[in-house]
Write a protein that binds this ligand. Structure first.
Ligand code: EPS
Length: 383
């Protein structure tokens, strides 16, 4: 059973998005500016459309907080839509290939793609980012950091060694200076050219982002039952983001091509005191997960995002009324939103990790949770 539960509601052009986060301990001081900063990061990225110039996403906390700190009751929040024009927008006469339009109309038995796309829209991911930013407060209390960066966009690959090469402060500065939330300025220029070319062609682009979590204790998740395995929980969370078609952990698909001697990470004794226990891994090809549990090494996940399905050039579709082949209706959209998807990926990983932390350490109050963490640190030191 999940300790941390979140829900969202709201249409892309409705009055507002609303979210609910339940299961947090009391005594957690929520930094609303930090939540808003993550919402602003999600709105960034070269290649986004006109909508992001209309919206200024801000969280409005409605419950669960008193004097700036959690009180152990559900946290409800609202993110207002400035472009709240749902009743005025036209109903497209044809479903867009690659979007939820057709299967959604079939599922609900109507010919109104707007009734589907308003909720299928990735606008909903603003709630995930706010909920994830709330969950980050639990992780922050344990010194855990979750960091995403863009690895590829439109076939342009960033230098994947940059994460390891940069110190934490330089890493943050490099990513925030990038229009693509990448760590590789040389790749940014080629990504910009790829976005400009796709835009000129009325086309769209996908890509890959990586999410890394640092400072995790070993043993989060579990091996004893299918739903305890953190690998599946993290993979499912990333695959629940609209347009995500693949997820890799550590070496990912490359592990299937190598012999075991080139895949598994040797266990060794650490030569200096470290946060968790005596052991460390000589390499981290497993991406910080073994047997469905964290190993204490960095968690490394990658997600592949397909190109946005709303293309200005219009893909072949069928008009609902006439049955004629048509070019799918175009409506304002993004050329790419891979950088934003990375911010959403961070949020989803933060929610799963905060849930796993609460599952392992429990605690109705933050102090209780932190005491349980320290007791576990002492037990792990004895292994
Ligand atoms: C989206 C279409 C665009 C994107 C939207 C996702 O919105 P609109 O139809 O208003 O131009 O900008 O993303 C967001 C609004 C957001 O906040 O990320 C779609 O069809 O999925």
């Amino acid at each position: 059973m999940s300790r941390l539960v979140w829900r969202s509601a709201g249409e892309s052009h409705g009055a507002a998005l609303v979210g609910l986060v339940e299961g947090l301990p009391s005594g957690l001081r929520l930094d609303v500016d930090a939540i808003d900063a993550h919402l602003a990061r999600r709105q960034r990225g070269y290649g986004r459309g006109g909508r992001m110039r209309i919206e200024t996403d801000r969280v409005e906390l409605l419950s669960g907080v008193k004097g700036g700190a959690t009180i152990g009751s559900p946290i409800a929040f609202r993110i207002a839509n400035k472009d709240a024009v749902i009743e005025k927008l036209p109903v497209p006469g044809d479903p867009r290939p690659g979007h939820a339009d057709l299967a959604g109309c079939q599922k609900h038995g109507h010919r109104d793609p707007r009734a589907v796309l308003e909720r299928a829209s990735a606008r909903e991911t603003a709630v995930r980012v706010a909920a994830g930013a709330i969950a980050r407060h639990v992780l922050g209390a344990l010194g855990v950091e979750v960091f995403a960066h863009t690895l590829a966009l439109g076939g342009v690959e960033a230098d994947a060694t940059r994460f390891g090469a940069l110190a934490p402060a330089a890493r943050h500065a490099a990513r925030e200076a990038s229009d693509f939330l990448s760590l590789d300025p040389a790749a940014d220029e080629r990504m910009r050219a790829a976005v400009d070319a796709a835009k000129a062609d009325g086309d769209t682009l996908g890509g890959v982002f990586e999410v890394v979590a640092l400072g995790l204790p070993p043993g989060l998740g579990g091996y004893a039952s299918a739903d305890a395995r953190l690998t599946g929980r993290l993979g499912g969370a990333l695959l629940s983001i609209p347009a995500i078609k693949g997820v890799e952990v550590g070496l990912g698909f490359e592990a299937a091509r190598r012999p075991g001697s080139q895949v598994h990470d040797a266990i060794e004794l650490a030569d200096a005191p470290q946060a968790w226990g005596r052991f460390r891994r000589a390499t981290n090809r497993a991406g910080g997960l073994e047997g469905g549990m964290t190993t204490g090494e960095p968690l490394v996940l990658r997600a592949a995002m397909k190109p946005i399905p709303t293309l200005r050039q219009g893909l072949p579709s069928v008009d609902f009324a006439s049955g004629e082949t048509v070019r799918a209706t175009w409506q304002r959209s993004d050329v790419t939103s891979v950088p934003a998807a990375g911010v959403v990926g961070e949020a989803m990983v933060a929610l799963v990790l905060a849930d796993a932390v609460l599952e392992k350490f429990g605690g109705d109050a933050l102090g209780e949770l932190l005491e349980a963490v320290e007791a576990y640190r002492r037990r792990v030191a004895d292994v």
